[in-house]
Design a protein around this ligand. Structure first.
Ligand code: GLC
Length: 452
């Protein structure tokens, strides 16, 4: 019995699917999926962009919810929206320089405002002072930089008249009673909203050429009957439509299709700590993280992550076999805030010197022990192992535990300068690597080991 269970678990692991998720929507095999996702897995690093009317309020993209603002009260952000400095070529350039390989832009966030030109609503950028389809310019600019292009589309819509009031809607009833919900939802029709979503997603996936990623956000079933999930969105049919329109597209996991093996392409641990990322080893995932606490531009938010924290997120993601998508929240004038720019510039410097330890890398096989206080990434194709020196040794040496006979060359990655090593006098299985007394300029320098 135990043997059988082990076998099932092993098979599930090999096929990359949770044991419970045996139902399938399409016919793609695991190998085909891996092939489809190869560019994404190899890329490891992307840029998220949250931009909308909330950028003007400048106090969180959930401001409409947090402050219980209704459509009339929110109208001022639409009337004021005038991104006179919007130049996505600059954004794309910054992303590329930082070593990001793809981007995902909020074409519509929970507030319902569309940055693109849609036939199905007037609540869109072309009707603001911007007077044009901002998504199109984003697509063109990022594509021109050779980056892959993704769309975020909010399943929630706090502006649409047919979107029913649920527990997290800005106008949810204080008393939370079924009667109040029923009263508020008179005349609202989710079937119409579902069709609206399908129409808009069809526009997004037909009017802009090849779209590489669709990031749908999010499901919240089980809120005492006032949440939303797969039946509300029509998720199965929606996913079929998406795959029909863009067969190569990569879709996130927020449609509430957990019971299907192919209900999602990747998991999306949001704002989790680096310690938690180890849990995701062996899965396909991307952690989404902000530079500070908010996704949308938040002027007075001051918990900006340090350069070291950002590097740690990137390295730890790759060292556990996942991607990192880092978010920028441009201002309502359409620029990256100086704090975001500074953070991106620092990442650009590090990535220029060390990106070989990121792209096409994953966690190291178990036979390579992690040197104390460091982290490892590994490229199976080039047979290189990367030691990320979190703690630059004052003594000038580090021990590579059990590495004797396993490597043939060691060098700093940033300047390809050789690092000498020899077997340890106390344990010949270990190698002692000598480092210069002066730490290279990089916050976390990387040693590249060429494996035997
Ligand atoms: C969330 C939030 C949101 C943000 C997203 C990014 O679910 O609702 O504002 O867009 O996560 O992961």
């Amino acid at each position: 019995m135990l043997k059988k269970l082990k076998l099932i678990l092993l098979l599930a692991l090999i096929s990359g699917s949770p044991v419970f998720a045996q139902k399938q929507i399409g016919t793609e095999t695991y190998a085909q999926k891996q092939k489809r996702m190869e560019w994404w897995t190899d890329s490891r690093f992307g840029m998220f962009i949250h931009w909308g009317l909330y950028s003007g309020a400048a106090r969180h993209e959930w401001v409409k919810h947090n402050e219980k603002i209704d459509n009339a009260g929110y109208q001022k952000y639409f009337d004021q929206f005038n991104p006179d400095y919007f130049d996505p070529k600059k954004w794309a350039h910054a992303a590329k320089a930082a070593g990001m390989k793809y981007a995902v832009l909020t074409t519509k966030h929970h507030e319902g405002f569309c940055l693109f030109d849609s036939k199905y609503t007037d609540y869109k950028a072309p009707n603001t002072a911007a007077k044009r389809d901002l998504v199109r310019e984003y697509v063109n600019a990022y594509r021109a930089e050779g980056l892959k292009v993704g769309f975020y589309y909010s399943l929630l819509d706090w502006h649409h008249p047919d979107y029913t009031i649920d527990e997290i809607h800005p106008q949810s009833p204080k008393d939370k009673s079924d009667a109040s919900y029923a009263q508020l939802n008179k005349g609202r029709d989710m079937a119409k909203y579902r069709q609206y979503m399908r129409n808009q997603i069809t526009e997004l996936l037909t009017n802009y050429g090849k779209i590489d990623i669709l990031w749908l956000d999010f499901s919240f079933p089980n809120k005492n009957g006032h949440g939303k999930g797969k039946d509300d969105w029509g998720s199965v049919e929606l996913l079929k439509l998406i795959r029909k329109l863009q067969p190569g597209i990569i879709v996130d996991n927020r449609l509430n299709l957990e019971e299907y093996k192919d209900g999602a392409d990747f998991e999306t641990p949001e704002q989790v700590s680096t310690a938690e990322l180890a849990k995701y080893r062996g899965k396909t995932w991307e952690t989404c993280q902000t530079f500070s606490g908010s996704w949308g531009y938040y002027r007075d938010e001051n918990t900006w992550k340090t350069h070291r924290q950002l590097l740690d997120l990137l390295i730890t993601s790759v060292s556990n076999g996942g991607n990192l998508i880092l978010n920028v929240g441009p201002t309502a004038r359409g620029e990256f805030d100086y704090r975001a720019t500074r953070a991106l510039d620092s990442l650009a410097t590090w990535m220029h010197a060390n990106n070989r330890a990121i792209y096409n890398c994953t966690f190291a096989p178990d036979i390579y022990k992690v040197p104390e206080n460091d982290k490892l990434t590994y490229n199976a194709k080039t047979k290189r192992l990367y030691v990320h020196l979190y703690d630059y040794p004052a003594g000038g040496t580090i021990t590579l535990p059990g590495y004797a006979g396993k490597i043939k060359y060691a060098a700093f990655l940033n300047d390809a300068s050789e690092l000498l090593y020899k077997p340890s006098a106390t344990n010949p299985d270990d190698l002692i690597l000598t480092l210069p007394a002066k730490k290279p300029l990089y916050e976390i320098p990387v040693v590249e080991l060429t494996l035997n």
